[in-house]
Design a protein around this ligand. Structure first.
Ligand SMILES: [Zn+2]
Length: 451
């Protein structure tokens, strides 16, 4: 049992002064505001709850910065990027995945993410071609090494497109039948722990048939987090309309019981009726603005969606950037750029940074299947300690502290990070940073030699 004494703490009710938190068994078991410091307390300055990174493809951390050169044909888009991504996916074995994911997870923790939903469909180790859970173990090992809380989301992939029931040659290395996938889910679900829980997912409407999606959704029921990419690209919307006679979000909502355990990743291309219907469903729209910008996806109708009651979470997806505050900043900036106005997502709180943070915290809890939201009794002790004397926060009080974090692009003032009662980041660095960096560099060098 340990006790923390914080000068400033962001509780579900707002900022509180002189908060004493007792942590036992990885959870916050008691919170007292306006408390007296006790002699053995660990002093911290300013503490906020950690955010969930609700959409990650950890292996793509190895691709950051490698796809920014125009191809000779000069028609670069999401689909040409995907070929580069598949090429990497075909070479990442379990050992490489461990090193790449460990580096990504250490970076997430240092940036203030304390949990991650890993959207994972590379179930076969390319060296053996077998689904022996080696790739799941790689992700789980990386999570344990880094200390991040993991929601492992095994994802089904079975076909190349709506009218193309077979996978392409590249997709064949990770595609599987629905029976194989459901067996994989059962095996990994049996291996959960305190800091690893399981969700389930389908890659997209184009990559999974309706019959398979029904089986996966049936497995999720109303409880297990259910994730799916949807309407990320206009081409996918057109193909869905042509095959199913509906736009993707509309078709999904008409054919499935989409509720609060569902996470729809991207949902970029929605018409006005789809925006309203998705907002009313209770599902989470998982938005990844840095990746969506990098891939040229389009802009999510954020203001319309949240003003109709929609839930959001954020993800760093392809990991060209790992910084929750940058994701929140670009969520708002996208809206400003198209609406020629400022302070757009300020519907519940006039301070946009505070509102975006609260929305991402709540949506992330739904996306990862966590019952508690934020720092409260009974919740996991997943905490981010800010350096109150950092220049970024100088001159900011309770009202604008989160605005500074979201909208100032300076180095993050994160001093320490705790997950489940363990400090993973101390003095601004992940405790295993050097080991993670060395293994990551060696892995990238080996992948470079093999390409
Ligand atoms: Zn994705």
């Amino acid at each position: 049992m340990t006790a923390l004494f914080a000068r400033k703490t962001l509780l579900p009710t707002g900022w509180a002064d002189d908060v004493r938190m007792v942590i036992d068994g990885g959870r916050v078991v008691a919170i007292e505001t306006g408390a007296m410091r006790q002699s053995d307390d660990d002093d911290i300055t300013c503490v906020i709850p950690g955010l969930c990174n609700a959409h990650s493809h950890a292996f793509q951390r190895a691709l950051a910065g490698h796809t920014e050169q125009r191809s000779p044909a000069g028609r670069d888009n999401f689909w040409s990027w995907r070929e580069r991504m598949y090429e990497l996916a075909g070479r990442v074995d379990a050992a490489a995945l461990t090193a790449i994911a460990r580096q990504a997870y250490c970076e997430m923790l240092a940036a203030g993410f304390t949990s991650v939903a890993e959207f994972h469909y590379l179930h076969r180790d390319p060296t053996t071609g077998e689904d022996s859970e080696a790739m799941f173990e790689a992700v789980a090992t990386a999570a344990r090494d880094s200390g991040i809380r993991l929601t492992y989301v095994p994802v089904h992939y079975e076909r190349a497109g709506f009218e193309d029931p077979e996978p392409t040659a590249r997709q064949a290395s990770f595609a599987m039948s629905a029976d194989e996938f459901l067996a994989h889910f059962e095996r990994v679900a049996a291996r959960c722990s305190d800091t690893i829980n399981v969700g389930v997912g389908a890659h997209s409407l184009r990559a999974v048939s309706k019959a398979s999606l029904e089986r996966i959704a049936g497995l999720a029921g109303g409880e297990i987090p259910m994730h799916i990419h949807i309407a990320e690209q206009q081409r996918e919307v057109d193909q869905c309309y042509s095959s199913y006679g509906r736009r993707p979000v509309r078709w999904l909502l008409e054919n499935f019981d989409v509720a609060s355990n569902w996470s729809l990743v991207h949902a970029t291309h929605m018409d006005d009726d789809e925006t309203t219907a998705l907002a009313r469903s209770g599902a989470v729209a998982v938005l990844c603005p840095s990746t969506e910008a990098n891939l040229g996806d389009g802009l999510f109708p954020l203001h319309d969606y949240v003003s109709r009651g929609g839930r959001i979470a954020i993800g760093s997806d392809s990991h060209i950037s790992i910084n929750p505050f940058e994701e929140l900043r670009w969520l708002e900036y996208g809206q400003r750029l198209v609406s020629h106005s400022r302070n757009v997502v300020s519907l519940r709180n006039s301070h946009v940074g505070s509102e975006l943070f609260a929305r991402a915290l709540e949506g992330g809890a739904y996306a990862s299947g966590q019952a508690a939201v934020g720092i409260e009794e009974g919740a996991p002790a997943d905490l981010v300690v800010l350096s109150d004397d950092d220049p970024m926060l100088a001159g900011h009080g309770d009202e604008s502290r989160l605005d500074a974090l979201v909208f100032s692009g300076y180095p993050l003032p994160i001093e320490r990070v705790m997950v489940g009662g363990h400090w993973c980041v101390v003095e601004g660095s992940h405790v295993r940073r050097d080991h993670a960096r060395e293994e990551f560099a060696a892995t990238l060098e080996a992948l470079g030699r093999a390409s």
